[in-house]
Every structure is written in structure tokens, then in C-alpha cells.
Design a protein around this ligand. Structure first.
Ligand SMILES: [Zn+2]
Length: 274
């Protein structure tokens, strides 16, 4: 088996209105017309896989200076993040005795602030992303419209550092990246173009890393519940249905994007799955 270990790296804790992740979590009724929004913890994670051919990183978390001016005021207010100095991908690599140059591939689920914030530290890596996602993000940037979950300063850094992008075309449903690591192209849903990873481990079995294709177990259902934030709701539903099929086919464990309950049960780096 070509994968030796998978580390789950904690990238800090976002707090946000639960409605971002699960649509209409609190609904008014005849007696209670005004309901309060629910302010919730939303853990950020990324995964580091030790493969015989090199290190693969799935997502990169938030930029370490997210709350120190890196993010716009709107992002800092909507989704404030707290990142401990021992958290985040850079601290994890150092703790595990690796340098950033050791990472050969980065696979990005999408380009939002809490997944693509540290790309610039890996300018020697091949950065695999959905063509639709990069195109959609750059279009937003060029038009200077509302960037939502995309960060202008992150994008400027990618351009400055001349990131080595490797695009997955819309028609390319799957790609075997390395032995035991398969890229899954889910298409539009949460954002313009979402991707996941199927990781095979000798003792622990198969893992489906689905990121924000499924934020929490409430979204996964059944029945499927939509998030408050979705670029394409039909695409979102089709993606979740496909993930259910993949889970059965590969008898895989599904790791959600931001599920606090699941997060508390995970072994975090330096512990690992092998
Ligand atoms: Zn996210």
C-alpha cells in the first residue's frame, strides 16, 4: 500500500452563524415570530498524507494572519477564526519534522479562505484545483465584486508567487494522483468547482475527504439538508448523493468539512491514521 500515514491537522476554530452551514437552523412559528440566530463553532482542518512518492496536502487552512488584516473586515466579522500558535499547516509540518518544500502536491477542495489560505507557502508544489473553481475565483477577482469567502490578498499572493497550478477539467470525473490517492471532481455545489479525495490506508481502510461538499452530518442526512451558502443547490444535492454512493462502494469513512462533533472524535496530528 502506497500511503503510509494520514495526519489530520487542526487549523483553528471559526465561529459563525450556523445558517451558513445548515440552511434555516432556527425557524419562527405562530408563537415565536422572531428567532435568534445560532452562533456555532466550526473547526478548520486539512490533511497531510505520507505517500511513498512524497507528501500530499489536502487543503491548507486559513492564512496565519487572517485576523490581523489579511482578511477584509467583512470576513473577520462573518467568520472570525482563532488559530493557536501550535495549530495550522505550517506549525504541523514543523512539528512533524518536515519543511514546506517537502510537500509535492496540494489538492484543494475549493478556494475559500479556510481552505486555500496557505497556498503561497508552497510555491514549489503542484497545486491541483478544479478548473471551474480557479476560473470562477479569478473572474470574481477581476470584476472586483463581492468576494464572499475568497480573499483578495490570498489571490494576490498566488499571482506574486507564481503558483504551479494543475487544473482538473470539468469532464475529468476522477484522477488517480498517486497509488492510494484518488482525486474526485464533484463539480459545482458549495462553490464553482468542488473536489474531494479518496485515501486508502492499510490498517484504517478508506477515507473520503469531502470538505465543504458536506459541511456537517446534518447536511449529509438522509434527508440531505442544504447549507445556507451554496453556489449551486442542485449540484450540491447531486454531490451529496454521489458521496453516499462512494461511501457504500468503498466502505469508506466520510470526513466532513466542519462538523464539531466529528472533529472531537478525530485523532489530530501528531497522532495519525495508518
Ligand atoms: Zn470551509
Amino acid at each position: 500500500m502506497a500511503n503510509k500515514r494520514m495526519y489530520i491537522i487542526s487549523g483553528g476554530m471559526i465561529q459563525c452563524d450556523l445558517a451558513n452551514m445548515v440552511c434555516m437552523p432556527a425557524l419562527g412559528n405562530a408563537r415565536e415570530h422572531e428567532v435568534k440566530s445560532i452562533w456555532a463553532d466550526s473547526p478548520v482542518t486539512c490533511m497531510l498524507i505520507e505517500n511513498e512518492e512524497g507528501l500530499v496536502l489536502f487543503d491548507t487552512g486559513c492564512h496565519p494572519d487572517a485576523m490581523k488584516g489579511r482578511w477584509d473586515e467583512g470576513n473577520r466579522m462573518r467568520t472570525p477564526v482563532s488559530i493557536d500558535e501550535r495549530e495550522g499547516v505550517l506549525a504541523a509540518l514543523e512539528m512533524l519534522g518536515y519543511r514546506t518544500e517537502d510537500v509535492k502536491y496540494i489538492v484543494l477542495s475549493h478556494l475559500h479562505e479556510d481552505h486555500a489560505g496557505c497556498i503561497e507557502f508552497f510555491s514549489q508544489a503542484r497545486v491541483v484545483v478544479s478548473d471551474k473553481e480557479l476560473t470562477g475565483t479569478m473572474r470574481l477577482y477581476a470584476l472586483h465584486g463581492d468576494m464572499g469567502g475568497y480573499i483578495r490578498k490570498d489571490i494576490r499572493a498566488w499571482l506574486d508567487k507564481e503558483i504551479c497550478w494543475d487544473l482538473i477539467a470539468e469532464e475529468e470525473e476522477e484522477r488517480e494522483l498517486l497509488d492510494g490517492i484518488r482525486i474526485l471532481n464533484f463539480g459545482s455545489g458549495h462553490t464553482f468547482g468542488m473536489m474531494g479525495l479518496l485515501v486508502n490506508l492499510k490498517d484504517s481502510g478508506n477515507y473520503l475527504l469531502v470538505s465543504d461538499c458536506v459541511n456537517t452530518k446534518e447536511n449529509y442526512g438522509p434527508p440531505i439538508r442544504f447549507p445556507g451558502l451554496a453556489y449551486d443547490t442542485i449540484g450540491y444535492q447531486k454531490t451529496v448523493e454521489r458521496i453516499h454512493r462512494l461511501e457504500r462502494k468503498y466502505q469508506a469513512k466520510v470526513l466532513f468539512g466542519h462538523d464539531i462533533g466529528q472533529y472531537r472524535e478525530l485523532k489530530l496530528a501528531p497522532e495519525f491514521y495508518s
